[in-house]
Write a protein that binds this ligand. Structure first.
Ligand code: GLU
Length: 293
């Protein structure tokens, strides 16, 4: 039997066009391509360009060129997040309507000052798996009138998930199936570790967590292959999937390629950039070898 389009395994590579690709991206892209082929599945491409100030068409063009040079073939069209803000807004509105998201007015500086003041008193402040302090809980309880008045007055705000309520609304414990290079098997999700995550940024539409969750569902992604740095974020994605009634893909978080200083590669590191390596005469076969494939 020929599987229907929706049932066919589907994978995606999802770079942000805010810089050039490096060896870490190459590993991710090639693993996606290899797995898609092994599963007889589709390979999709998504430009994660919600930050329209840092993402540029030039970087997007360069990424497409580098991926083609690596030997990747992907389905058209490429999904561009900046073309789907209405979709993310609808998801946010659904969460707001259920009382699970609230407008958050504190600036980064105010949060920092508050956390510092409380730590100065010897109180420990919870931090998320990336080490960032949880957002202070004060605005969860603002009444509707006050929220509306502040928004009407033009007060700059983000929208955050009320994590306590969201977990309660979800009802049962969440987990995901993991096949990657870290812990594998059925992983228990721990969204509470993240506190009240941002769903809609104050300086850009949507957020990573919201748009990645919506997009994986819209693109029919069955297998997410990405770096281990996003392993813990999967807890948030599973929670949003459940709240928005979206299917859960299988996850494969792969090892990271580290720089000589032992840190994650950054887009500004010329010597591990694919452009630079190509300029030096390396081939895509050399890149495969360099990333250990
Ligand atoms: N856009 C993210 C990045 O470039 C990847 C997000 C994901 O794969 O979920 O790191």
């Amino acid at each position: 039997m020929i599987p229907s389009h929706r049932q066919r395994p589907a994978l995606r590579f999802a770079p942000s066009p805010n810089g050039l690709l490096h060896l870490g991206h190459a590993l991710s892209a090639l693993l996606n391509a290899d797995k898609a082929e092994a599963l007889g599945g589709r390979l999709l491409l998504r430009m994660e360009d919600i930050d329209v100030t840092r993402c540029t068409p030039e970087f997007e063009r360069a990424i497409l060129e580098d991926l083609a040079w690596l030997g990747l073939r992907w389905e058209q069209p490429v999904r561009r997040q900046s073309e789907h803000f209405d979709d993310y807004r609808a998801a946010l509105d659904a969460l707001i309507a259920r009382g699970l998201a609230y407008p958050a007015f504190m600036t980064r500086g105010e949060v920092k000052a508050h956390v510092a003041a409380s730590e100065a008193q010897g109180l420990s402040w919870p931090r998320d798996p990336d080490g960032a302090p949880h957002y202070p809980p004060f605005e969860r309880g603002l009444c509707d009138g006050e929220r509306k008045a502040r928004i009407a007055a033009g007060d700059r705000h983000a929208w955050r998930l009320d994590m306590g309520r969201a977990i309660e609304a979800c009802g049962e414990p969440l987990s995901w199936t993991e096949t990657g290079d870290g812990e594998t098997g059925e992983i228990v999700a721990d969204p509470a570790a993240w506190g009240d995550v941002v769903l809609w940024r104050s300086d850009a539409p949507s957020s990573y967590h919201l748009s990645v969750t919506v997009d994986d569902a819209r693109q029919g992604i069955t297998h997410v292959v990405r770096g281990l740095d996003l392993f813990h974020a999967t807890s948030v994605h599973r929670l949003l999937q459940r709240l928005l009634d979206l299917p859960a893909p299988v996850y494969h978080h792969h090892r990271l390629i580290l720089g000589t200083d032992g840190r994650k590669l950054s887009k500004s590191e010329g010597d591990t950039g694919l452009r630079e390596l190509r300029r030096q005469g390396l081939t895509s076969t050399d890149i495969r070898r360099l990333v250990g494939l």
